[in-house]
Write a protein that binds this ligand. Sequence first.
Ligand code: UDX
Length: 480
Amino acid sequence: MRIAVVGSGYVGLVAAACLAEIGHDVICVDSDEKKVAALKAGEPTMHEEFLPELLARSQRLSFTSSLKDAVDASAIVFIAVGTPSCETGEADVSGLEMVCREIGPQINDYKVIVTKSTVPVGTNGWIRRVLVRYGAPQGSFDVASNPEFLREGTSVTDFLFPDLIVIGAENEKCAKAMRRVYGPLTSGSYARSRQAIPAPDGARIPAPLLVTSPRSAEIIKHASNTFLAMKISFVNAVANVCELAGADIQEVVQGIGSDQRIGSRFLNPGIGYGGSCFPKDLSAFNWVARDLGYDFQLLDEITRINEEQRYLFVRKVRNALWTLKNKRIAVLGLAFKGGTDDTRESPAIAIIHMLLKEKCQIIAYDPAAMERAKPEFQNEPIEFAEDSYAAAQDVDALLVLTDWEEFGALDFKRLKKAMKHPIIVDGRNLFSRETMANLGFSYFSVGRQETTPTRTIAPTEEHEEQESNFDEPDSDIRAA
Ligand code: UDX
């Protein structure tokens, strides 16, 4: 099928590359000429597994800055522009409206306009009205809602092997066109093809597809993200109770997660969720509910617990060091989660700002996000190191703020030698308490009791446990 994707951000670019990968002719449009030039030259504009391969091998994907040309040439137009938060928490859909105003006059033969952006319920109705207002003949198009559930870092496999494809369609003609778009995934033919990207463990093949009303589809997206955020805030609150009660959150999670009604995924405690979706979607959904006349207080509480988690972490650092002023602190991790260079709404960045306010000296390292993080700290006294060991040189303590896999394979003997004091405060519960104590660290984590060194390590002693420092990667956050 001939498809246009408007917007080449995380969602748009991945959707465009994957739609081309499954056999469609795709034109990806962005008003940013520089970005278009980079993409035309085959340079991925973000760090995402498998994306470089898809961009390099696709013969069916092209880029342009002309929305008119892309819409003219396409039967299906996906809109994947940003819907950031306004100051009120409401989603700012003005970018979306602008795109619709430009698309309206281009609609001549039947087209399906598809919303991929996360939008408040009722948006599809507005898109229809704006398209007509700007020249699209009634009956010449349909509007569909097709929310995405892509996680950064795994978005290519999330797209190609989804748990579910949701289509909010106004009528059968529109639903049929959308079923054709996803045909290679719902028939399993893509997964069987020789060149397919490897399916992740437990992938649902063929992918299930659910057709709903556009309004239900819009709510599915907001409700899904809210529910996941709720799981994280819930487990963080239970972790805080565990610390006070002398219990261990990892054991508690193992217990409650075994109940299939609860499930163990998205129950990793830590410094709270961040990223471009959860915080924004929670406030947008809250705003929508209020606008419709329902006071959804649970959503306020999810956000409150999430923000409090950062303060509790800084308090933990203070408890480990007594005072913070002038302390030299290594920070491992700047991205909002492992596997991405994205620092938007990253709890790591928020915690560093708090520590800088307390006059700490920060030396930060992240495997992918340092360049993106630098503008967040203009004129701030922060250093960036080339690796974890350089960051740890002469520090009073080391903090782990992002769940990067490489942090699980650190050479702790080398790290300990570099540090002034062997104190680790782990905001992601990456390591086992016993291993850390045996390696000679004072170790603080989330929802577990602190441990102090159980033995002193001679500098020549080898550590066989080195490979097993990382706790079992039993769920999303550690697999990141
Ligand atoms: C999320 C949704 O998962 C995805 O379906 C939607 O399309 C976009 O938003 P993403 O923002 O990429 O994806 O990241 P995700 O893996 O969901 O993690 C979000 C945040 O929650 C991260 O900061 C992560 O570290 C944190 N998290 C996640 C936890 O603190 N604990 C967990 O158990 C899981």
